[in-house]
Design a protein around this ligand. Structure first.
Ligand code: HEC
Length: 376
């Protein structure tokens, strides 16, 4: 009986030491050990993510945070899936680790969407090649996108089915006016990163396959608009209008050279649109505004004034108020996206500052506008 008790005590001591030993601390050269390896939560270094590493409780709060908080990608690299090969400025993105994953993705998205020079990398030399690419692109589209975006690309695939389907989020209509005018970067960004309820499709297709799908989408837009899709010989297929980036850069160069002053320090903000008679920003405005956010972020010393202008229909006092409210809406958007209040001002000019005569519809359209002016 006495022996049995000693065996029990010995066993208890052994078990206790085993338990103590198994939870050895990590530190220095010692990797540490856990009694039961945590196989559910990877401690792999996933750049820019908050990792769920709840089970690291052997150290204090601070050590836990350093494991679980977002970490920067290894020097000279970019977190996977973030950028198309075109962008070479790795350092900016490496050091963005303090931002959340979603904020960073939005930033990259805004940059890609606004970049008219990011164009289909699959260049075509002949009509025959184009036909082949469109056939393959159409095939890839039907495998990867059609269930949601539909065979007409109008956003009404079987999964959505006018809101009656299994999938409640409405997929984008890829052949409407907005997307026909969108840059290639907007499509590539959707494929790489997804958007809203659409998941990333980065692992579904190779880089060139992605461009094939984009060629296919472009060809279907052309078909819908009754035009011919002809990218053969690398004709510029993206919209050719001067982008905000280009006009901003040109203005900044002039500012640095000291060749502009006063009224010339202005740029019109194209595609910043509001609901009729109201100051609510329409969703189509976000592309331009996000580009502006990126430009202001990249040029931290620049201060601007946002101005609102109307045409001359209706009451002047009301127009003045409306233009002020609209400029305010843009101001709020910029602040909401991280631009410091001290760098921004807004003002409504109503109908007092027309660009052209209000006698024609076209003239009135030009006069209803939002502008930015560099004030420093
Ligand atoms: C499971 C459904 C689903 C699939 C599959 C899908 N999408 Fe989407 N897609 C959506 C939804 C939903 C949206 C709207 C997201 C939003 O605006 O919040 C969307 C939006 C988009 C947009 C617009 C993004 C923007 O900038 O506003 C593009 C472009 C797009 N999808 C392309 C594609 C392509 C190309 C494929 C195939 C490779 C694809 N999608 C596959 C559901 C899907």
């Amino acid at each position: 009986m006495k022996n049995l008790t000693s065996i029990y005590s010995l066993a208890t001591v052994c078990l206790a030491s085993l338990l103590l030993w198994s939870c050895g601390r990590a530190g220095g050269e010692n990797t540490g050990s856990e009694y039961m390896p945590d196989m559910a939560h990877s401690i792999a270094y996933e750049a820019n993510y908050n990792s769920y590493y709840l089970n690291n409780t052997w150290d204090g709060e601070e050590a836990y945070r350093s494991y679980a908080g977002p970490r920067k990608p290894v020097k000279g690299t970019v977190a996977r899936g973030y950028l198309p090969s075109k962008y070479q400025n790795l350092e900016d993105y490496r050091t963005s680790a303090d931002e959340t994953h979603v904020a960073l993705q939005e930033k990259v998205r805004a940059m890609m969407m606004a970049d008219a020079s990011l164009q289909n990398e699959l260049t075509l030399d002949s009509k025959k090649e184009l036909e082949k690419v469109l056939l393959e692109g159409g095939h890839l589209y039907s495998i990867n996108c059609e269930v949601c975006h539909g065979d007409k690309l109008d956003g009404n695939g079987v999964l959505y089915n006018e809101g009656e389907g299994k999938y409640s989020a409405k997929p984008a209509n890829l052949v409407n006016e907005e997307f026909s005018a969108a840059t290639d970067g907007r499509f590539l960004s959707a494929i790489l990163h997804g958007k809203g309820m659409m998941q990333s499709h980065v692992d579904k297709m190779s880089p060139m396959e992605r461009w094939k799908v984009i060629h296919y989408i472009r060809s279907m837009q052309a078909k819908k608009n009754g035009t011919e899709y002809n990218p053969v010989g690398n004709v510029n297929v993206a919209p050719t209008a001067v982008s905000l980036e280009e006009s901003f850069e040109a203005l900044m160069n002039d500012v640095k050279a000291g060749t502009v002053a006063g009224e010339d320090l202005k740029i019109g903000l194209d595609n910043v649109l509001y609901s009729v008679g109201k100051a609510d920003l329409k969703a189509e405005s976000y592309g331009t505004l996000n580009s502006l956010v990126s430009l202001l972020t990249a040029n931290p010393s620049v201060k601007i004034e946002i101005s609102g202008h109307t045409d001359n229909t209706g009451d002047s006092a009301k127009n003045l108020q409306l233009s002020e409210d609209r400029a305010h809406a843009v101001y709020d958007y910029l602040i909401g996206h991280g631009i410091a209040t001290e760098r921004l001002a807004y003002k409504g000019y109503g109908d007092t500052n027309p660009l052209t005569s209000n006698d024609t519809e076209e003239g009135m359209k030009q006069n209803r506008r939002t502008e930015l002016k560099i004030v420093q």
